[in-house]
Design a protein around this ligand. Structure first.
Ligand code: M6R
Length: 617
């Protein structure tokens, strides 16, 4: 569990923010030089990952906005001194519109009087943009955020908070938003499903996505909740509930160091990212589901077969994708390692090639994309990084919306790749074999997944205790069947990557064709066993290994007494559709790997010999 809440006041409040995923916001109003405070705040938010940055300052010379693609150092190098004591800043991780100066925040209105920074996703941006264009507003970026500043312009008649309130009434989606207006020291802000905190100073106040950005100036923090809105000036911070009523909120005293704060109180980025998965899953649905089902990707295509190509964790996600696509759409799918692609024959070409790469920069996957293009195959990339190299090499792109991932071991990017696979499979199945009630059932299962995964995360301590049977092992086998065979490949990959224990993922049916010879009391087994078509066979495989004295850690469904009776330890997940079970099961194997590595004292976020992105082949 996270090691947050070190200060006594933090303990009392029980407040904790696990949600920070992408982009960073900073705001300041007070006697200091706003430019310096904002730029320093942006540097402290850099750890979150970003591709562009900018600030807007309200000063004697009106509203001044500077923004650019690239890092904060680049932004600073080209920036003149700006006088002013109030302003907002932003680090952007592109999700809607590529990384560029135009798409960087702050966004300004047509008259250059208002500036807005925003984290989150505006779902109804299309209809809002059309409405605003009809009213005469001119758009200059590809972002969803720009609709917010034009709406604000439309509703602003001298009261910025009222204008923001009215703006947000029109908006569907998620946000942490902050806005300023020329000639006023006030900053207004609001939150829905994206983090936002206020830092209280003496005759000065701060606003940020997380406390890291303001810790240098104050440790008095107010956490803003969903639906709340605020008005911040040097003298006071007024907070309003979702009915617009003024409310009083207590501040807490934070005693974290900046590094603690960046990890949100978790011991490692990997654990933080594992705990962010309910939000990642939610965002991946929010950003993709409706438009995919409405036909935005893979439209009007006669797809007779699909090839998925990837490396490492993305390869395992592709294998889950193969099972999901075949089960839900009936389209045959194969999976190939990107590094092996160059040796494949051209004789049987699949019409659609899906390249899966969280970074979008993996050299082998890029080479495979180029080969597919050369062979005239249609290409779709599933990636997490907007504007990455792969996005320029393929015909279509599916963005996974996991937010930046800092730990070398892929976790939240993997579960969002799985979400992408399910959404594509449903989309393909919709026009082929799936009945309406089936689509509804699977859609419901996906939409319930953030809650299901949160239930699994609540078992982190239980999993930590269970891994004592693995920590001294020389070798561990991960067994699964059908769609959870790749889940167990992923469990083995995670374990070897961060704990340095040799681990192998195996299709349980293959045991008797070789690996059984290796099993004994010193070789623990992790086995998945969910209520799907492979259940009985998994029970037999577990009995088989238990008969060779191998200790077994079983992962099954809550209430499965038969499984509990034959394993040494059982970790149970809530019941889900068998085909969707890789999502919660993955979270269990991630936590198994994490806690094992932690108990062995390994450098979890930076395992030896590995890099986050492998750009050489
Ligand atoms: O960025 P990509 O998804 O293309 O990366 C592929 C692999 O290098 C990557 O998944 C690697 O296996 C991870 N570190 C595993 O956690």
């Amino acid at each position: 569990m996270p090691h947050q809440q070190r200060g006594s006041s933090q303990k009392q409040s029980g407040k904790q923010e696990h949600r920070g995923l992408m982009c960073g916001i900073i705001g300041y109003s007070g006697p200091r030089d706003a430019q310096q405070v904002l730029l320093e705040g942006l540097q402290r938010l850099e750890y979150r990952g970003y591709d562009s940055a900018g600030i807007a300052i309200v000063g004697a010379e009106g509203l001044q906005v500077f923004k650019d693609e690239g890092d904060v150092a680049k932004l600073m190098s080209g920036m003149p001194l700006i006088e002013g004591h109030s302003g907002i800043g932003h680090t952007r991780w592109a999700t809607c519109g590529r990384p560029s100066k135009e798409n960087a925040h702050p966004m300004v209105d047509c008259d250059h009087c208002l500036a807005v920074v925003h984290n989150g996703i505006i779902e109804n941006r299309g209809e809002l943009k059309e409405r605003l264009e009809n009213l005469g507003h001119t758009f200059t970026s590809e972002t969803d955020t720009e609709v917010l500043v034009h709406l604000l312009e439309e509703y602003y008649h001298g009261d910025l908070r009222q204008a923001l309130k009215r703006t947000l009434e029109d908006v569907k989606g998620t946000y942490a938003i902050a806005a300023v207006c020329q000639g006023h020291e006030e900053i207004v802000a609001a939150r829905k499903e994206n983090p936002l905190i206020v830092g209280l100073g003496a005759e000065e106040n701060f606003l940020a996505s997380d406390i890291t950005a303001v810790l240098n100036y104050t440790n008095k923090i107010i956490y803003i909740e969903d639906g709340e809105m605020l008005s911040l000036t040097p003298q006071e911070v007024q907070i309003f509930n979702n009915k617009g009523e003024k409310i009083n909120k207590d501040y807490i005293i934070v005693s974290w160091t900046a590094e603690d704060a960046q990890k949100g109180g978790f011991e490692h980025y990997m654990l933080k990212e594992i705990f962010e998965q309910p939000v990642s899953i939610h965002n991946s649905l929010l950003g993709n589901f409706d438009k995919i089902m409405a036909g935005e990707l893979l439209s009007a295509q006669d797809i007779s077969s699909i090839k998925l190509i990837a490396c490492g964790t993305s390869y395992n996600a592709s294998l889950v994708g193969k099972y999901a696509i075949e089960a839900l759409s009936g389209i045959p799918a194969t999976v190939e390692l990107a590094s092996e692609c160059r040796y494949s024959s051209e004789t049987k070409e699949d019409p659609l090639v899906i390249l899966v790469t969280q970074s979008g920069e993996t050299a082998d996957t890029l080479a495979a994309a180029r080969l597919a293009k050369k062979r005239g195959q249609r290409t779709l990339a599933i990636t997490n990084v907007v504007g990455s190299t792969i996005t320029r090499e393929v015909d279509e792109v599916f963005y996974t919306q996991a937010g930046p991932e800092i730990g070398v071991a892929a976790t939240k990017t993997y579960v969002t790749q799985l979400m992408a696979m399910y959404m594509l499979a449903l989309k393909l199945g919709k026009s082929r074999m799936l009945r309406r009630d089936e689509i509804h059932r699977y859609t419901h299962g996906l939409k319930a997944m953030p809650r299901t995964v949160a239930n699994v995360l609540a078992k982190s301590e239980e999993i930590s205790a269970a891994v004592d049977m693995l920590t001294e092992a020389q070798s561990v086998f991960f067994l699964g069947r059908h769609i959870n065979y790749p889940t167990m490949l992923e469990g083995a990959l995670k374990l070897k990557e961060i704990s340095y224990i040799h681990a192998e993922g195996y299709a349980a049916g293959e045991l008797k064709h070789g690996p059984l010879a290796l099993l004994d009391a010193d070789t623990p087994i992790v086995a998945s066993c969910v209520w799907d078509m492979s259940y009985e066979k998994m029970l037999s495989a577990i009995s088989e290994v238990a008969a060779r004295d191998s200790p077994v850690l079983g992962i099954g469904i809550e209430g499965d007494r038969d499984l509990e009776a034959i394993v040494d330890q059982a970790i149970c997940i809530p019941e889900v559709e068998g085909i969707l079970s890789p999502l919660p099961l993955t979270v269990v194997v991630q936590l198994i790997a994490y806690h094992t590595a932690r108990k062995r004292g390994c450098p979890i976020d930076r395992p030896k010999n590995l890099a986050k992105s492998v750009t050489v082949d």
